[in-house]
Design a protein around this ligand. Structure first.
Ligand code: GLA
Length: 381
């Protein structure tokens, strides 16, 4: 990938720049908890975005996407937003950096990636954090790592229409090889957890399905949670986010909120607890419990939060039938991957069975990605 980027950069701009990269992410457990002030448990992966960048002394950004085979130029003012959705991520990062006092000017850049798009591994966060990290470095903006993650999140909110939480950008900026991270999205306290489950593998099965309207459905889930939290807050003013609520408190307002909002909130309150349960289980190397919690998350995401789909439910069923320790839909949902915790000795038969059964039913095989937990945003040598 680096060679291809360098060749294109040289052809387009006739010079060489610096290389930066960042990563997509997995999440062991804690889904749709981040914007509810709860816990998440992600890690960066060995698939990401790489970019070559060189300042060009103008006020224009000249960017070429190798994967889209498309060249775009844009200025750095609010009214200069490009039409191409992929370029809006980079534009958004520039704007959000400027809003934080970063003094930036134009640059030339070529980028490419190997995070599968729409797989729920957050290719967009990888793109945002590559550029947030690079601009901070190249223009010496002095922005701290949390704020770099927030630049990516604000880009999603203000330039891409997704009211996402902080998990993806956090994972992409803070990722460390061999470590998962537990983040408390209310206090922003985090802890690295070395993750080497002896005798097990983590593998993603990508349904290669991406459902329409995923971002508007995502925003609706968030609104449901906010309404439920507001109803509970009337009785319990300490409830800032759903994370602060107890199931009994949700019960008290059951008749005041819609059935749908109730289901969403029920899932979230359970899921926040499941992250803590998984952390406890990991301290004891109790992977059976970790796996069981993953199945519970899948059930909740499918039946209560309603962000799964037929293909992902099917992959989850196959995992169960094959005796896989844990399996669930990963990321925002509405398509993408399941994440599976599989005993080494079951791995081959599980993958074979899943490929066969899935393609018989849906006409194509799922894609398989072995998880390698890797570093996040960085400058390459
Ligand atoms: C998407 C969002 C994250 C998070 C997950 C679900 O990836 O970008 O902030 O909410 O969905 O856990």
């Amino acid at each position: 990938m680096k060679t291809k980027i360098a060749e294109k950069f040289k052809t387009l701009f006739g010079e060489e720049g610096d290389f930066f990269a960042s990563a997509g992410r997995i999440n062991l457990i804690g889904e749709h908890t981040d914007y509810n002030g709860g816990y998440v448990f992600p890690g960066a992966v060995d698939k990401g975005i790489m970019a070559e960048i060189k300042l060009n002394g103008t006020d224009k950004v000249c960017v070429y996407s190798l994967d889209m085979d498309e060249y775009v130029e844009f200025g750095l003012n609010e009214e200069d937003a490009p039409a191409q959705s992929w370029a809006r991520y980079i534009f958004g990062v520039c704007r959000e950096t400027v809003k934080r006092g970063g003094k930036i000017s134009g640059f030339n850049t070529v980028f490419a990636g190997d995070v599968p798009l729409g797989a729920g591994m957050s290719s967009s966060a990888a793109l945002e954090s590559t550029y947030a990290f690079a601009l901070n470095y190249l223009f010496d903006c002095g922005i701290d790592k949390f704020e770099l993650a927030r630049i990516g999140q604000a880009t999603e909110h203000n330039y891409c229409g997704v009211k996402c939480g902080i998990m993806d950008q956090f994972a992409s900026v803070f990722g460390k090889a061999g470590n998962l991270m537990r983040l408390d999205c209310k206090t922003m306290e985090y802890k690295y957890y070395p993750f080497h489950p002896e005798g097990y593998k983590l593998v993603l099965l990508d349904s290669v399905v991406k459902h329409e309207l995923a971002s508007s459905a995502y925003n609706k889930r968030r609104e449901s949670c906010e309404r439920a939290a507001a109803a509970i807050r009337k009785n319990h003013p300490e409830v800032e986010f759903l994370r602060d609520a107890k199931m009994e408190w949700l019960e008290e307002v059951k008749s005041e909120i819609s059935e749908e909002d109730y289901m969403r909130a029920e899932y979230v309150i359970d899921e926040v607890q499941r992250v803590l349960d998984v952390c406890d289980a990991l301290e004891r190397d109790d992977y059976e419990t970790v796996g069981q919690k993953m199945y519970e998350t899948h059930y909740g995401m499918s039946r209560l939060y309603e962000v799964s789909c037929e293909e992902l439910d099917y992959l989850n069923d196959i995992a169960k039938e094959c005796g896989v320790t844990g399996s669930r839909v990963m990321g925002g949902g509405f398509g993408g991957c399941t994440i599976n915790l599989v005993k080494n000795e079951l791995y081959d038969s599980f993958i074979e069975k899943a490929k066969k059964a899935f393609s018989e039913k849906f006409g194509h095989e799922p894609k398989i990605y072995d998880v390698v937990i890797s570093d996040g945003a960085r400058k390459l040598q």
